[in-house]
Design a protein around this ligand. Sequence first.
Ligand SMILES: *Cc1c(COP(=O)(O)O)cnc(C)c1O
Length: 455
Amino acid sequence: MSMEIPYKIYLEESEMPKAWYNLRADMKEKPAPLLDPKTHQPATLDMLSQVFCRELAEQELNDTEPYIEIPEEIRNFYKMFRPSPLVRAYCLEKKLGTPAKIYYKFEGNNTSGSHKLNSAIAQAYYAKKQGLKGVTTETGAGQWGTALSMACSYFDLDCKVFMVKVSYEQKPFRREVMRTYGASVTPSPSETTEIGRKILAEHPGTGGSLGCAVSEAVECAVSNDGYRYVLGSVLNQVLLHQTVIGLETQTALKKYGVKPDIIIGCAGGGSNLGGLISPFVGEKLRGEADYRFIAVEPASCPSLTRGKYAYDYADTGRICPLAKMYTLGADYIPAPNHAGGLRYHGMNTTLSALRASGILEAVSYKQTEIFEAAEQFARVEGILPAPESSHAIRAAIDEALKCKETGEEKTIVFGLTGTGYFDLYGYQKFNDGLLQNYVPTDDELAASFAKLPNI
Ligand SMILES: *Cc1c(COP(=O)(O)O)cnc(C)c1O
């Protein structure tokens, strides 16, 4: 009965999901509520609506509706780059000599080079629908800023991006992509905000940080009429939009009668991993099927593997709501590494709850191990992966090698979130043998945990 599996499984447009799947509706133990950072009371719709677009705030608080319709305008935009292919990694399997069957869902087929466009277009749509003039955001590595500027240009919205100054200087090409799509890109800290001027006065010549860029973006949003601040990861609304990844994967696998054993994704704030696994976790929670789920993170920023499950600030500026999550502490500054998209101190609350209940496993790797996997993958599969995505590749390869030892023919699915064309500085360091590994000591983490808010 088994059908020949093609190298690339493409779905028809008509097979694309018409609704996002809200996993929280099927969870008996819901993620803990967001809290107002000042009063420590559960965040309300009115409070969240001051920061986020109203419909997005509603999605953030929605723990009960399993399906949320994807508006037609968003579905039409998705059709330009979706459905994304689910690829059978025949060449990698052969190279590894493993009996395991490996599949990856490739999200790098759009100009932003990552899955982030799936949520950027949804957030821009709701901002437009609400009649806003524009949105502000921060970007570190640049993927989110790129995706958001593409989405904003599509809906004729103004887009103000605060880009961490070191990245602004190190990644001039990403900056130019954003400007091509009409976004204004300001190196952070900047003279354009009060907080930026203050930081510059105190630390002249600083290269900036994500926390500082967030503070500038939020200040810019609240001091400009008709603007809201938007985020590309961590929030449950973002995870919700990313479920198009998992829903398409589920449909594609069903079409060929394939049942995965292990599903793997890299985890920064958790949006791609959550989006990929949500429909499968739903099946598991409803008792319909069983799977293993593995989150992969950098050893330099190990929130799920070594963090504390506690309420913490979501941002260094302490303006956003408090979230109960696996965290390294809001002031924790991870050592520089070349997977900029995975350098967040905390983790999405839904994934954190799944981790706490034992449904989600987690592993971490050092960056040299990541680039080795990236190189191995690129040489046989023809795609130059983003360093972030290569965390999932590393874990998939290791699981496949375990199968080689035991002779088990497991089916492994992983998320390939993006391409690495803007990360060649990291590849250069790796090729020159100059990449360094940073792993925080227990003492460093303990010092950071000591500063967690007492809730
Ligand atoms: C941002 C990013 C990630 C990490 O973000 P999540 O919200 O954890 O998915 C992973 N891969 C790429 C290519 C990214 O741009």
